[in-house]
Design a protein around this ligand. Structure first.
Ligand code: PEP
Ligand code: MG
Length: 852
């Protein structure tokens, strides 16, 4: 070992990067560690010294290490560069400073060896970068510098000396000290801190620095620099990508100047492959070795000096979500990493981007307002202000954005017809949000900085711009932004790589994932995404279909039980067909059907013209209709006569539904499909409710058995969505085969916070740290979670082996899935488009457990 090496080899503060030096990402940062890996691969990496986090922290407070020790590691004439090395490259860091050590004497020397032009370029660049980044002078001060070569250099020196009233420092040691000090202090600046914290860095994230010997991409012979990677960053497809610029340093080649070359032969212009074929092959070989041995797709920064290749740096290739999936799958298929590792490398949230159209990352955004990003994906369309208009628009083949104050069951058909939904009110589990996610419709809710006027059919942006019916807008449900006009889109990418990854995830996941699916289309999506059954079919949506709504209203207006039964008789065949279709699509997988849940008034028209039409259809005086509707109206529609309360006070609806389910089961059996339907009772709060509904359902089952001469099996369960049901799970469970926690309503009731109004102040609450997160989005482990645990524990105790699940929106949230898995739940159920995210998250939890 070179004696100079020994001086710093075992010095944890300033460590020469050798194959065996004590360098770790956690102490010296990702860049330093990566350089060491490249050294271990015996790649031509220039000599480098790594400074640890603690050293840099000490430097920031003025306590510098022995800079002579660092400088002594390098040949006397060598120029140096310093780059940041944070633990995670995404956390950024101060910009690199190149050519440290440049001074008048070296300028003379380099003028002789590489020519005055190149030497002047290096010196000029260094002085300017030093002035701006280290001495923190105003960049404008060099605006006057004109010309090139020596002329530009002289002007730069003059400008520097005039501004600082000092000569430009000539000692490499002095320059390096100043650079280290300024980079260490920049890391502690407020904006740098906020920026990295926004990317997930902890408050005490450290910065390492690497001091590296410069390789000149300038001078005599073939010299230049560039970057190279083996995949396309957008698609992840194999493709040698990058740029090379002759006579350049750093990342100049990427700046898109006229001289930069393609790497592989290209009809558009000169390429490194043609100009320097040997160097190109060497670079490709090095990149291939890096991919295999560092087990990742890397981008390498290189320099060519007099024809010889040097690798200055290596980083993970930046990638789109689509590329992330393809890269992970391909690395596993090539045997570079295991399938488990591939699964761990894709963030579940990224899949959401793949499943929906997105605004292209490079598109210009004319943002006019924002709300809560309630259902991902983006769409452009013309504004419409009611569901009928949305349907008319769809019939004309025109894309539209449905704008509502908030949506209700009445709007579901309009939502199906629209390309996106925007609402003034609402939160992450409001009606528009839940339906939007269910059908994969981009949706922004609670856009409180926009003024909505349903009457004038306008929305007014905070900057005063007014948009009317027919105007074009883009809704970005992934970010919550509303944009004026159309934006460039990127299509969903459900390619073979996505499917492969999902198959691997399904094989690893150990908590089942079902889908909340109400329609045949939802069920098909769910199956397509490997859902293991339907965990929640909200049957009320089925009654809003054309032809059914009027019958439903007739039923509501019938005065007697017999009258209601007679009307429901007409709905029965339709409802039976709904269930038969679901059973056919789901084949032999479980289907959990929730009995009717909403309050009846949701099915009645609230506007005058709707009430007039209804009076005509029912042949009743208009005043009768209006009076009955008024009487039925509930001010808080969540907590009145709905769910099981309706099932007990108006039993005919549940009886009709139970009959439809059983008859569909018998029909499906005749087609060779074995289903044991799961029937779920919503909004239970007392044992007696379950007892009554169970008796009614069993009576229907017995009748169907007798009538059809066929066995009818079913599983009865309770939706635990009131705090009381969770607390009394011990006495409810003996009636049940399963308990499914409806965490949307449970959260609402545990907090006493309306899910439709939460959006109004949620961001304030999260910003001020009252809530860590929106509890409708991520399960509140402490409060709602405690109810879940209590309910599960008490339910299990009185009914061992009872199936436990979550079917609220939290079922699709990776963090909440972790909670359910740890609490021993059997499955989670979420919107069909969140199923892939949930499966990947549950696979990652299983793998993480296996590793630890
Ligand atoms: C719930 O309350 O968690 C639930 C799944 O039901 P809904 O969203 O239909 O009220
Ligand atoms: Mg509910």
């Amino acid at each position: 070992m070179n004696p100079k090496d020994a001086a710093v080899q075992n010095n944890p503060d300033t460590t020469l990067v050798t194959q065996t030096a004590p360098i770790a990402t956690a102490t010296h940062g990702g860049r330093a560690k990566c350089l060491q890996r490249l050294v271990r691969l015996e790649l031509p990496v220039p000599r480098t010294v790594a400074l640890s986090f603690s050293t840099v922290e000490a430097i920031a407070s003025g306590d510098l290490p022995d800079v002579d020790h660092i400088v002594d590691q390098f040949p006397t004439d060598a120029l140096l560069c310093v780059r940041p090395s944070s633990q995670d490259p995404d956390w950024g860091g101060p910009g690199a400073v190149l050519n440290i050590g440049m001074n008048d004497a070296r300028f003379e020397m380099f003028s002789n060896t590489m020519g005055e032009e190149a030497a002047a370029a290096i010196y000029t660049r260094f002085i300017q970068s030093y002035a701006i980044n280290v001495v923190r002078l105003d960049p404008d001060m060099f605006d006057e510098v004109e010309g090139e070569g020596k002329v530009a250099l002289d002007e730069t020196i003059a400008a520097y000396e005039q501004e600082t009233e000092e000569k430009f420092p000539q000692s490499r040691r002095t320059q390096l000290r100043a650079v280290l000090l300024s980079m260490a202090r920049a890391w502690n600046g407020t904006s740098a801190r906020l920026l990295r914290q926004a990317k997930g860095a902890p408050a005490d994230a450290g910065l390492g620095l690497v001091v590296q010997q410069m390789v000149f991409g300038l001078g005599a012979g073939h010299c230049g620099s560039g970057v190279l990677q083996l995949v396309n960053s957008d698609t992840g497809a194999p493709q040698v990508t990058g740029r090379y610029l002759s006579q350049s340093q750093g990342r100049d080649a990427l700046e898109g100047g006229s001289g930069s070359m393609f790497l592989t032969s290209d009809p558009r212009g000169p390429a490194l492959e043609d100009v320097l074929p040997e160097a190109f092959e060497t670079l490709k070989d090095h990149a291939t070795l890096m991919r295999r041995r560092l087990r990742a797709e890397m981008v390498m920064e290189f320099a060519i000096e007099d024809g010889a290749v040097h690798i200055l740096d290596g980083m993970r290739v930046s990638r789109s979500s689509r590329a992330a999936v393809r890269i992970a799958v391909t690395l596993a298929q090539d045997g570079v990493i295991s399938r488990e590792e591939a699964l761990m490398r894709v963030q579940p949230g990224l899949l959401t981007e793949l499943l929906h159209r997105q605004i292209d990352a490079t598109a210009r955004r004319d943002v006019i307002g924002f709300g809560i990003a309630a259902s991902p994906g983006a769409a452009t369309g013309r504004l419409v202000f009611d569901s009928a208009e949305a349907q008319a628009s769809a019939a004309r083949g025109e894309a539209c954005i449905l704008v509502r104050r908030e949506t209700s069951s009445e709007d579901v058909r309009g939502m199906h017809a629209a390309n996106a939904v925007l609402t003034e009110r609402g939160g992450i589990t409001s009606h528009a949000a839940v339906i939007g996610r269910g059908i994969g419709l981009p949706c922004v809710v609670g856009a409180s900085n926009i003024i909505f006027s349903q009457r004038d059919k306008t929305i007014t942006a905070a900057d005063g711009r007014v948009f009317r019916e027919g105007d074009e807008l883009t809704v970005d449900g992934s970010t919550g932004q509303i944009l004026a006009g159309a934006a460039k889109m990127q299509e969903a990418a459900l390619d073979d790589y996505f499917r492969t990854l999902m198959q691997w995830a399904t094989d690893c996941a150990d908590i089942k994932v079902r889908a909340n699916a109400d329609t045949p289309a939802d069920a098909r999506t769910a199956r397509n995404f490997n859902a293991e059954g339907i965990g929640l079919c909200r049957t009320e949506h089925m009654f809003f279909d054309q032809g059914r709504l009027t019958v439903m209203r007739e039923m509501i207006f019938a005065d007697t039980s017999d009258g209601r039964r007679a009307v429901l008789e007409r709905l029965l065949p339709m409802q039976r067909e709904d269930f038969t279709q679901l059973f056919r699509i789901m084949k032999d997988q479980p289907v959990c059907i929730r009995l009717f849940d909403p309050p009846l008034h949701e099915f009645l028209p609230m506007d005058a013209s709707g009430q007039r039409e209804l009076a005509e259809a029912l042949d009743l005086p208009r005043s009768d209709v209006t009076r009955r509707i008024e009487a039925m109206r509930e001010y808080n529609p969540m907590l009145g006569l709905r769910g099981v309360r309706l099932g007990i006070t108006v039993p005919e609806i549940y009886e009709m539904q139970a009959r439809a389910i059983f008859e569909a089961t018998v029909d499906a059996a005749a087609e060779g499909i074995t289903v044991v339907p799961e029937i779920m009772i919503p909004l239970v709060s007392a044992r007696r409710e379950v007892e009554l509904v169970q008796a009614a359902i069993e009576a229907v089952a017995a009748a169907v058995r007798l009538e059809r001469g066929a066995p009818v099996e079913y599983r009865l369960g309770v939706m635990v969505e009131t705090p009381r049901a969770a607390l009394r799970a011990g006495e409810i469970a003996p009636y049940c085969s399963f308990l499914s926690f409806g965490t949307n309503d449970l959260t609402q009731m545990a907090y006493g916070l309306s899910r439709d109004d939460a959006g109004r102040f949620m961001s304030d609450y999260v910003r001020q740290g009252v809530f860590d997160e929106d509890p409708f989005h991520t399960l509140d482990h402490d409060g709602v979670g405690e109810l879940l645990k209590l309910g599960a524990e008490r339910g299990r105790l009185s009914q061992p082996g009872i199936t436990l699940s979550v079917c609220g929106e939290h079922g699709g949230n990776p963090e909440s899935i972790g909670f359910c898995r740890a609490a021993g739940f059997d499955y989670v159920s979420c919107s069909p488009f969140r199923v892939p995210v949930a499966i990947l998250a549950s696979a990652q939890l299983a793998i993480a457990d296996k590793i630890s």
